[in-house]
Every structure is written in structure tokens, then in C-alpha cells.
Design a protein around this ligand. Structure first.
Ligand code: G16
Length: 542
């Protein structure tokens, strides 16, 4: 073990999902080392225990893993499980941590952010429950980054061969390179009705999954094609590339454009789906039909009994605050509790550990369950396939029937990316400044009932998270919400979330942007978003 002197770097504060920065920043000498040592100094006694390490395969993944392996050995871990080629999707890492009862894991990813020498890299620490470290740990890590004076590593200079499954040693620590897919695939098989899905895929049903040249390619090929018999052309962009093929692996209507073109083109398949850089997000499409992530969560909950793992019933549902209230209506009809948490998967961990909820979801294309402690892209795809196999209807007709029964929560998110940070904060402040005059007034032909900065008290550990989004709530259940993204690496991103509820089935067929037009105008008026950002239109609309 050798101790290297270091000095703190500024700004190593983990965001919504770990530390995300430009690769060039991570490549500075001692930068990654400082953060990893700060993590090791903040997570308790792990001497002789197991650490899981893997990432989404983006540029710098391999080098980062070699640095981490040497530091893990010098700091006293007894065993590291690392995905072959350094690959572990985020949900697969969570699965492996839980299955092998590891102390925790380091996941290397900047999720849906682009990859390559000039793009983004990221790292986050997950706990022994398989989920992202809660705020009290990430705050401790951040504090440690500010006072760090040294880090520990080994004198070993040769790299571990990550291409070959097998076991070697660094000092006293065992390094085990494991198959990246097999544990995760087994877990999926234990949850879903693979026979029913196999029958569906053997018939006329056509599907396409877009792995966006990111981590899910190998998982999708094994599970969808080898295990479930999907056709050769059912997975597109299946080879993970260091730069994700120059794309932006964010599964939404803007960035998954090849898939969207196919699903809205002639002779479109029955089902389309995409996942993101690290495999935790999902987008679901039918033939000429887009399922909003908020509706998807509600639908999975309403159809949970079609899936073997959830046949006995689900404990409850949780959604992030900006996610639409569609799932609340399903929870109510099933007599279940529905929790509203701040944005960020880490807020679901306590609820799942305490068995208060089984299904969780976020508007940001994240859905998952207590099978792991991360959102899970391919899990959502398999859940949908399971429902389609049992109900034998199209995606569109399943969603329409759902709306008829529960009403439709018209929903949209408008993202303004690369905004000057002061301007972005001012947009939110403008709304805050009007809280008092807005309450009780009429806006967009609706009565404003409540305005606030969303704050959350965790029902399990009573920790409080404040300033989680600026909200204008209307008497009829409509909402306008402003929030600043916690995952970007360049400038600020304003997220504007819009929602209104329609119970009349004759009025449920509108385009969401048309249905929300008056709320969109009102949101711009009260925030002066256009003036402050100089942007007439959002960068991304979903
Ligand atoms: C991360 C978190 C998600 C969260 C999202 C929000 O997603 O894991 O739970 O919903 O960030 O992003 P933002 O703060 O930009 O709105 P991911 O997929 O980037 O890890």
C-alpha cells in the first residue's frame, strides 16, 4: 500500500445521481482518486468485504476501473466483483450487489449523457441494499472531498485483464471478473412469464428494442433473442461503443429518433422500446403511439397481476413529485398507499426496504420495482411484453382502456438545456416571488390552490429534503412545476412539467401539447422564461 499526497478539487459534489463531469475533468491527475478515496472514507468499515465495480462502457471506463481496483485493494477490500469488459448496467450492478451481499458498489456512468473524450463521465456509490447512497452519505462524501489530503493505492502497475472471466489478486484482494449479464438475466426470468412472452414473440407480433449503442445491447441480445426467441432484427444499435456511436442515449422522442421514425413509419412494429446509456431508463412505444413514463407506471401497477412476481399483489406505489398523478388513481382504486418523493431514485430506497412500496416510477423515463434498488429499463420492457402477451391487445388499446377507467392525466415536460445558470435560477425565483398573489387567483382559467417549494420528509428516517421544485397547484388537480436538473454538466437545464386531468373519455384523444396549451402559456407568463433564457422553444419536449 502506498499513500499519495493530494489536495482537494473544487466542486466534487454528487448531483441527483453521483458525480458527473466532463471526461477531461476526470482525467486530471488525482481527480478520480480523490473522489474514490472520499467515498471510501465515508462509508464505514469495509475491511475484507466485497465491492462491486462496473460501468456503462463509455470512454474512460476501463482506466477508471483499473484505478479503482488498486485503490480498493490498498484501502482493505477483500474481494471485488467486476463486470466482464468493465460492463455492468446500473440495474445489473444493483442486482449483483444484492445477490452476493456485497458491502456496496461503484457504478461508472453518466447515464444518458453523451460519451467520448470530450463528453461526460460519472461515478456513483451504491449501498449494500443495491441502491444509490442516500443524501446523508453523499453529503459526507462531498465534505470529505473538501478536506482530503491523501489517498491510498498499490504499487501494482500492470492492468487487470477485464476481458477474461476469472479470478486474480491485487495484494490481498481477490479480483473476480464476472459475466455481466447472467445474474441479471436469471433475475428477470424469475419475475416474468417467459413462456407467455416466448409465445407472443413466436407469432405475428413484431418488436424493436433500441440499445442506442450503450450498455443494454448485450443484455437485450441474451434476454430478448437467446432466451425469448425475438427475431434477429429485434434489437437495434446493439453493440456498446465507447462514444455511444456519437449519439445521445436518452430514450425520449427527440434523442431516440431512429426508433421513433420506425414506430411512426409505414409497417411499424407492434412494440418499440429504448433504454439509456447505463440501462436504467426506458421509453415505451406502440405502433404510432407514445406511452408517457407517468402513464406507464400507472399501467404497470394496474396490470401487475399479469406478472408472476406481482401476482400476490403489490405493497404500494411511489412516484417522484413531478411525475403525473396517474399512478395515484390506480393506487387509490387498489386501496394502496402512493408516496410522492423528490426527484431521484435514492428517495425510493427506504420505502422499498421497509416494504411500503413495490413499484416506483419517475417521469424521467424511469420505472422499477423492489427486485433491485435502481430503476430498470429492460425490466420495464419485459413487464410490458408480459402484459401484451397476457392481454393480447395493442399498446394503444391497453392505454385507451386505462384512460377510460381512470381518466387521462395529460402530461408534458419541456426542457430548456444549456441555459445560463443565473437566468435559470431567476426563472424559478420569479415564480416564487408571486406565490402570495397567485394563491386564490385565476390562471389559465383555473383556480390556483397552492404554491410552494416542494419539501419531503422521509417517512422512514425522517430526513428532510427541501427546495425540490417550485409548484403551482390548481384546484382541479392541474399542476405547473419548475425544477432545475441535477444531472447536466454544462450550464443549467430548466425542466417545466405540466399536467391536467381529463375524466371525460370523449376528450381524452387530444394531442398533449394542445390540451396543455393554456398551462404552457401561463407558465411562461409567470416565470418570464422566454425573456430570461432567450429561447422561444424548449430543447426537448416529452
Ligand atoms: C437520475 C436519477 C433519476 C432522476 C433523474 C433526474 O437519472 O437516477 O432518479 O429522475 O436523474 O434527472 P434531472 O435531475 O436531470 O431531472 P439518471 O438516469 O440520469 O441516473
Amino acid at each position: 500500500m502506498i499513500t499519495i499526497h493530494t489536495e482537494p478539487f473544487e466542486g466534487q459534489k454528487p448531483g441527483t445521481s453521483g458525480l458527473r463531469k466532463k471526461v477531461k475533468i476526470f482525467q486530471q491527475a488525482r481527480y478520480l482518486e480523490n473522489f474514490v478515496q472520499a467515498v471510501f472514507d465515508s462509508i464505514g468499515d469495509f475491511q475484507g468485504k466485497t465491492l462491486v465495480v462496473g460501468g456503462d462502457g463509455r470512454f474512460f471506463n476501463d482506466q477508471a476501473i483499473q484505478i479503482i481496483l488498486n485503490m480498493a485493494s490498498a484501502n482493505g477490500f477483500g474481494h471485488v466483483l467486476v463486470g466482464q469488459h468493465g460492463i455492468l448496467s446500473t440495474p445489473a450492478a444493483s442486482c449483483v450487489i444484492r445477490k452476493y451481499e456485497a458491502f456496496g458498489g461503484l457504478i461508472l456512468s453518466a447515464s444518458h449523457n453523451p460519451a467520448g473524450p470530450d463528453e461526460d463521465f460519472g461515478i456513483k456509490y451504491n449501498m449494500g441494499n443495491g441502491g444509490p447512497a442516500p443524501e446523508k452519505i453523499t453529503d459526507t462524501i462531498y465534505e470529505r472531498t473538501k478536506s482530503i489530503t491523501s489517498y491510498q493505492t498499490t504499487a501494482q502497475t500492470h492492468a487487470i485483464n477485464l476481458a477474461e472471466i476469472g479470478t486474480t489478486n491485487i495484494g490481498n484482494m481477490k479480483v473476480q471478473v464476472i459475466d455481466s449479464v447472467v445474474d441479471y438475466a436469471e433475475l428477470m426470468q424469475s419475475l416474468f412469464d417467459f413462456d407467455a412472452i416466448r409465445t407472443l414473440l413466436a407469432g405475428d407480433f413484431r418488436m424493436c428494442f433500441d440499445a442506442m449503442h450503450a450498455v443494454t445491447g448485450p443484455y437485450a441480445k441474451v434476454i430478448l433473442q437467446d432466451m425469448l426467441g425475438a427475431s434477429e432484427d429485434s434489437v437495434m444499435n446493439a453493440t456498446p461503443l465507447e462514444d455511444f456511436g456519437g449519439g445521445h442515449p436518452d430514450p425520449n422522442l427527440t434523442y431516440a429518433k431512429d426508433l421513433v421514425a420506425m414506430m411512426y413509419g409505414n409497417n411499424a412494429p407492434d412494440f418499440g422500446a429504448a433504454s439509456d446509456g447505463d440501462g436504467d431508463r426506458n421509453m415505451i412505444l406502440g405502433n404510432h403511439f407514445f406511452v408517457t413514463p407517468s402513464d406507464s407506471l400507472a399501467l404497470l401497477a394496474a396490470n401487475a397481476e399479469t406478472v408472476p412476481a406481482y401476482q400476490g399483489g403489490i405493497a404500494g406505489i411511489a412516484r417522484s413529485m413531478p411525475t403525473s398523478g396517474a399512478a395515484d388513481r390506480v393506487a387509490q382504486s387498489l386501496g394502496l398507499d402512493c408516496y410522492e418523493t423528490p426527484t431521484g431514485w435514492k428517495f425510493f430506497g427506504n420505502l422499498m426496504d421497509a416494504d411500503k412500496v413495490t413499484l416506483c416510477g419517475e417521469e424521467s423515463f424511469g420505472t422499477g420495482s423492489s427486485h433491485v434498488r435502481e430503476k430498470d429499463g429492460l425490466w420495464a420492457v419485459l413487464f410490458w411484453l408480459n402484459i401484451l402477451a397476457v392481454r393480447k391487445q395493442s399498446v394503444e388499446s391497453i392505454v385507451s382502456e386505462h384512460w377510460q377507467k381512470f381518466g387521462r392525466n395529460y402530461y408534458s415536460r419541456h426542457d430548456y438545456e444549456g441555459v445560463n445558470s443565473d437566468a435559470a435560477h431567476q426563472v424559478l425565483q420569479n415564480v416564487r416571488d408571486q406565490f402570495e398573489t397567485l394563491i386564490g387567483s385565476s390562471l389559465a382559467d383555473r383556480q390556483v390552490q397552492q404554491c410552494d417549494d416542494f419539501s419531503y420528509t422521509d417517512p422512514i428516517d425522517q430526513s428532510v429534503s427541501q427546495n425540490q421544485g417550485v409548484r403551482v397547484l390548481f384546484e382541479d388537480g392541474s399542476r405547473i412545476i419548475f425544477r432545475l436538473s441535477g444531472t447536466g454538466t454544462q450550464g443549467a437545464t430548466i425542466r417545466l412539467y405540466l399536467e391536467s386531468y381529463e375524466s371525460d373519455s370523449k376528450k381524452q384523444g387530444m394531442d398533449a401539447q394542445d390540451a396543455l396549451a393554456d398551462l404552457i402559456t401561463a407558465a411562461n407568463d409567470i416565470s418570464q422564461l422566454t425573456e430570461l433564457t432567450g429561447m422561444n422553444n424548449p430543447t426537448v419536449i416529452t
